[in-house]
Design a protein around this ligand. Structure first.
Ligand code: GLU
Length: 287
């Protein structure tokens, strides 16, 4: 088929417009800020809704879940979940104060009231539940291994780690779990700090949740690969003050609504879903 010059020009213009529309859509808020409900006096929801602002701790160096953009604002699935909760309180995304939390300071930041919520690839477990409470889970990851592209040391599972040095992060479940497989552990404060030791051969593998490793592999194309043999279950929760049950139930309701009305899928697909398949969200544990 021969196309006239005019048609090509119109089609090209249309493509530009479509491109711009797609761009606008992906950056548009996926959740509408709601008029805050009449929250019970004295509740955390009432305090935050009245203030019109909220402070949320998240990771700043984990692509797909929480990665600071050039303006210092984190982007990813965890950041979207934070905006979702804020919106239910009537709080606009630009009224969220994002605080960088690393694995080891999540509990103290909640306990000291430095943040209202932590949404940071944060595994729910019984030890942590002694000092903070968790809404969720809103996703279930599994611990895995990251190795150099081509897997030169032939590490196929955690069982192959005996006698090998592995990098992970202090205060994480990953650090605890991997100790069953090797005693030679380099513990640092963020997973991105583990990449250089892996590149130089100072360690044979990096270990943490599969989705964090997938984000790092995607960010550094051609350098690393995820082994793909998970050896734990890591249900991600939203950390909040211990025994603030009303707030925990409110966040649980918010997550449940998002799962039921398709918002969860939408938030996943515009972030982590660019690299990972869309899973069925886990059942919320209203303990
Ligand atoms: N999900 C695990 C944890 O909460 C590992 C990932 C992380 O450190 O954020 O400890």
């Amino acid at each position: 088929m021969r196309l006239s010059k005019g048609f090509v020009a119109v089609a090209a213009a249309a493509a530009v417009v479509l491109g711009l529309t797609a761009c606008t859509d992906s950056s548009a808020p996926a959740v509408d800020v709601e008029t805050p409900a009449d929250f019970a006096e004295g509740s955390t929801m009432a305090r935050l809704a009245d203030a019109g602002e909220i402070t949320i701790g998240t990771k700043f160096d984990q692509p797909l879940f929480g990665l600071a953009n050039p303006d210092g604002v984190p982007e990813g699935f965890d950041a979207e979940i934070g905006k979702l909760v804020a919106a239910k309180l009537g709080i606009e995304a630009d009224k969220i104060t994002w605080v960088e939390t690393v694995s080891a300071n999540r509990e103290p930041f909640i306990q000291n009231g430095q943040v209202d919520l932590v949404i940071a690839t944060y595994t729910i477990n019984d030890d942590r539940k002694k000092v903070v409470s968790f809404a969720g889970p809103y996703y279930t990851a599994g611990q895995d291994l990251l190795v150099l592209d081509g897997n030169p040391e032939g590490i196929e599972s955690a069982d192959d780690l005996a006698g090998k040095k592995v990098c992970t992060v202090s205060g994480s479940t990953s650090e605890k779990n991997v100790a069953e497989y090797t005693t030679d552990i380099l513990a640092t404060d963020t997973y991105s700090n583990c990449l250089e030791p892996l590149r130089t051969g100072a360690v044979s593998a990096v270990t943490t949740d599969n989705v964090i490793l997938a984000g790092l592999a995607d960010q550094n194309e051609g350098e690393f690969e995820v082994v793909g043999e998970t050896f734990t279950e890591e249900p991600y929760g939203i950390g909040l003050a211990l025994d603030d049950t009303d707030f925990r139930m409110f966040v649980n309701d918010t997550l449940q609504d998002a799962e039921d009305d398709g918002t969860w899928d939408e938030l996943w697909e515009k972030t982590a879903g660019k690299v990972l398949d869309t899973p069925t969200p886990p059942t919320i544990d209203r303990y």
